[in-house]
Write a protein that binds this ligand. Sequence first.
Ligand code: SF4
Ligand code: SF4
Length: 326
Amino acid sequence: MKKPDIFRAWGRILGGYPPMLSIEVTRECPLRCPGCYAYEPEHLGGLGPLRTLADYKGQALIDGVLALARRYRPLHISIVGGDPLVRFREMEVLLPLLSEMGIEVQFVTSAFRQIPPEWAKIKDLHFVVSIDGLQPDHDIRRAPATYERILQNIKGHSITVHCTITRQMTKKEKYFEQFLSFWSSQPEVNKVWFSLFTPQVGDELEEILMPQDREDVLKEITRLRPSFPKLYLPDAVMAGYRKPPATPEECIFARLTLSITADLKGRISPCQFGGNPDCSQCGCIASAGLKAIGDFNLLGVLPVKKIFFASDRIGKTAASMLRDSG
Ligand code: SF4
Ligand code: SF4
């Protein structure tokens, strides 16, 4: 979110609407990534598990997503899964329609299959491709979305590479330098993002970074910034990683994003991770970036976060009063 967007988002909040939607358009995914939270029994709380949800296809999926877009009129939608490329035929119809509605769309995929070349012409459509580490590690974790396939499947596009850093990666010399060197040199890559693996409270996974790993990796990627201009890592995002929101209530991203389940009915809470995420170890780039915006002092007086949260309460009350009187 850019600073001018703060005012647009504020308008949406005062109207009682979330400025951002994240929609799991399908529960299906051909990958089985270790540490994937989407299929964990806790992800959807009482609404899940994910595999038991209805999964829309065809016109029902297109109509269902359009109905959500018309109802909430967000500034931004993240299309996620599962993997949304599983439903590429539906997306072929849906994505241009969302673009015509003036909504910015972020399409998050593993690129296990080709991103249709004609999608490159759709305005305000952005592709984020998850690539977790160097080829030998990534190809084991994320087959069938291997390096070889991704390089084929992104041809003709401009994409953001999104790497979720796990503890295993922090143990190898020059790992991130090699990663940045490889992906920065690909003409299709416009930006590289790093997130840090975010566990659930009580998890004991080998992916979890210890506090010292976290500090070391943040130092390392900061060191690499000047050499790799495609690496998007403003100081403000780094500050967000060093001091994540204490709770979901304090998290601007969680408060301003409505995350919707694959049956297009339920809400994933408290944020896109679902379940009981460990905010103290959050490494989500969106949460870190929005925390930075939230800490930005509007007119040098009040942190934006305070204004947003107060407006959120006012907007929801006003919207429910209007609904009740309608
Ligand atoms: S691609 Fe995403 S949804 Fe699919 S298994 Fe991997 S982490 Fe889970
Ligand atoms: S995005 Fe991170 S900080 Fe925000 S609620 Fe989720 S885990 Fe907590």
